[in-house]
Design a protein around this ligand. Structure first.
Ligand code: NAP
Length: 268
């Protein structure tokens, strides 16, 4: 019998997750299918219980439900500490956050060491929480710079338990960029528009830029990074890695990353 998996979010129509997970299930000859479900906040609890009752193997949870879902599923320590989960495994009824290790894997698989590095995280929203946590746990020093400086300060205060982290506004961004080894964009700037907070003249060839935005894949920020000779890592690289970690939690099988990546890129 086929085992169902899925992603719940609002909105969800343009999710790349079905394409990447189904590509992996097919390549491995597994009798499984993954679909996207549009779930409004008021039905979140019922949707999770319904999927469990229908015998789903697991669910991904995306914006805006990642925080709310941990109120009624048993989250592991990392998801509790981050305050958000994106993966529910119905075999164990546990929830996890694979965004944090997915971000670290996207850097390390690209040959970028994180431990001991100085990282500038642009943004202080949901994605920044997971990325900052992952970076601190991996031994990086993090500066969170956000348009609303108070949100960066609050997030840094919360994350201080896990490592060396500072929160600031976007002022003197050139200087903040210049003293960082790695710059991670977790803002929505560049999503659907040709805009960037950091330009080539602020970067150098010893730096790495990871942009979480993946629509378009080739953002203005990544173009500017390449122009400066910096290493540029796109949002699909991270999306695929957080997805591969979910896949492994559900099935116990390490999926072929290249197959998932092709599935996601072809669906764009
Ligand atoms: P969010 O919680 O809404 O946070 C948005 C952040 O962007 C806030 O820090 C906000 O600053 C900042 N921002 C928005 N407009 C800005 C502007 N014009 N100038 C400067 N800063 C601005 O969003 P999220 O859930 O963290 O997601 C952020 C992005 O990451 C999205 O594009 C999402 O698709 C992407 N993402 C990718 C992956 C992946 O696997 N590749 C995973 C997760 C998320 P204020 O606080 O000042 O409003």
């Amino acid at each position: 019998m086929i085992t169902m998996y899925g992603v719940i979010g609002d909105p969800i129509a343009h999710s790349l997750s079905p394409a990447m997970h189904n590509a992996a299930f097919k390549a491995l000859g597994m009798d499984c299918y993954y679909a996207a479900f549009h779930v409004k906040g008021r039905y979140l609890h019922e949707a999770v219980n319904g999927a469990r009752a229908l015998g789903f193997g697991g669910l991904n949870v995306t914006v805006p439900h990642k925080e709310a879902v941990i109120r009624f599923v048993e989250a592991d320590a990392a998801a509790r500490e981050i305050g958000a989960a994106n993966t529910i495994d119905f075999r164990t009824n546990k929830a996890y956050n694979t965004d944090a290790p997915g971000a670290i894997a996207s850097l390390e698989d690209s040959g970028v060491k994180v431990k001991g590095r100085s990282v500038l995280v642009l943004g202080a929203g949901g994605a920044a929480r997971a990325v900052t946590y992952g970076l601190l746990k991996a031994g990086a020093t993090v500066t969170i710079a956000n348009r609303t400086a108070q949100k960066a300060a609050d997030l840094a205060a919360y994350m201080r338990e896990y490592g060396e982290v500072f929160g600031t506004g976007m002022d003197n961004l050139r200087e903040k960029v210049s003293i960082s080894d790695i710059i991670v964009n977790t803002t929505t700037v560049g999503m659907g528009q040709d805009e960037t907070l950091v330009t080539a003249d602020m970067l150098s060839d010893r730096q790495t830029v990871l942009d979480l935005v993946y629509r378009p894949v080739e953002t203005r920020l990544l173009r500017e990074a390449r122009l400066a000779g910096a290493r540029a890592i796109d949002g699909i690289t991270m999306l695929v890695r957080q997805g591969a970690l979910s896949f492994e939690i559900w099935t116990g099988v390490k999926p072929p990353i290249d197959v998932m990546e092709r599935g996601a890129r072809d669906a764009l």
